[in-house]
Ligand binder design. Structure first.
Ligand code: DGL
Length: 269
């Protein structure tokens, strides 16, 4: 069975590309719920229901392991899906915890009490739903003390990227970074807490300046997935790799090809 990768749209492709580079022997099925993107402006109940539908579709297609390559779904729906109980033999993982473990320099499964870490001022860029969930602050508080987090809800950014309007998207990044810097003039680290944002990582880095460390979620998640699969080799198997979308496959293929700079052909989910 292939490993499933879920996102509201195209953003999860950043995680998928990093995972494919890191794990060339693993087959992946990508599922983008493009018809309902963006998730970041939806109500939590709606995000949960849509995420469940996508994850179930991937499980039903034979994927035993599904990675929510979407911070909004990870922040709002993951815990609820896990707490409700997943079907036997099936697993679902999110992208939030690996990023916080990287920020707090912890290894997987290190459940020791929260401690002081080097980074004291962290800027979080994420969707409105992720910011309102406060999931980042909650997960961080389990691991670190004394970290000041300033969150910037990047309204409009995912919509612009899904539309392929990269000029608008770049302008939005710059204005959201300015807004963040008015609240926290000197962040030490920045988290791009939406899987769409690494497609504009250069713009974030340029706007933030060289002294801000930008955490790259796709690489962190790919490393954490490699580690997880080493501990759970039964979850890796052969499967037909494919790209599924609830939107218009031709349109989505064009955008995906433009973003990843290689030909990607989506099919209807
Ligand atoms: N890529 C999703 C995330 O990581 C975008 C959410 C959205 O559709 O607004 O949060």
């Amino acid at each position: 069975m292939a490993v499933g990768v879920f996102d509201s749209g195209l953003g999860g492709l950043t995680v998928l590309a990093a995972a494919q580079a890191r794990l060339p022997e693993v087959d992946f099925v990508y599922y983008g719920d493009t018809a309902h993107a963006p998730y970041g402006v939806r109500e939590p109940a709606d995000i949960e229901q849509l995420t469940r539908a996508g994850v179930s579709a991937l499980w039903d297609s034979g994927c035993d392991l599904v990675v929510l390559a979407c911070n909004t779904a990870s922040a709002v729906a993951l815990r609820k899906i896990q707490e409700a109980g997943v079907p036997q033999g099936k697993r679902v993982l999110g992208v939030f915890v690996p990023m916080i473990e990287a920020l707090t320099e912890r290894n997987w499964g290190d459940n020791s009490p929260p401690r002081e870490v080097d980074v004291k001022h962290v800027a979080l860029f994420a969707t409105p739903a992720t910011v309102s969930s406060r999931a980042f602050q909650r997960e961080l508080a389990f691991r670190a003390i004394g970290v000041d987090v300033e969150a910037q809800a990047c309204g409009g950014l995912v919509d612009a990227m899904e539309e392929g309007d990269m000029i608008l998207a770049e302008a939005l990044v710059r204005s959201h970074v300015d807004a963040l810097k008015r609240k926290m003039p000197n962040p030490q680290a920045a988290i791009l807490g939406c899987t769409h944002y690494p497609l504009l990582e250069d713009v974030f880095r340029d706007a933030l300046g060289p002294e801000v460390k930008v955490l790259s979620q796709p690489q962190i998640v790919a490393a954490s997935l490699a580690d997880y699969l080493e501990r759970h080799p039964d979850l890796v198997g052969a499967g037909a790799p494919s790209y599924l979308t609830t939107g218009d496959p031709r349109r989505v293929s064009d955008r995906a090809t433009q973003f990843l700079r290689r030909h990607i052909a989506f099919e209807a989910a």
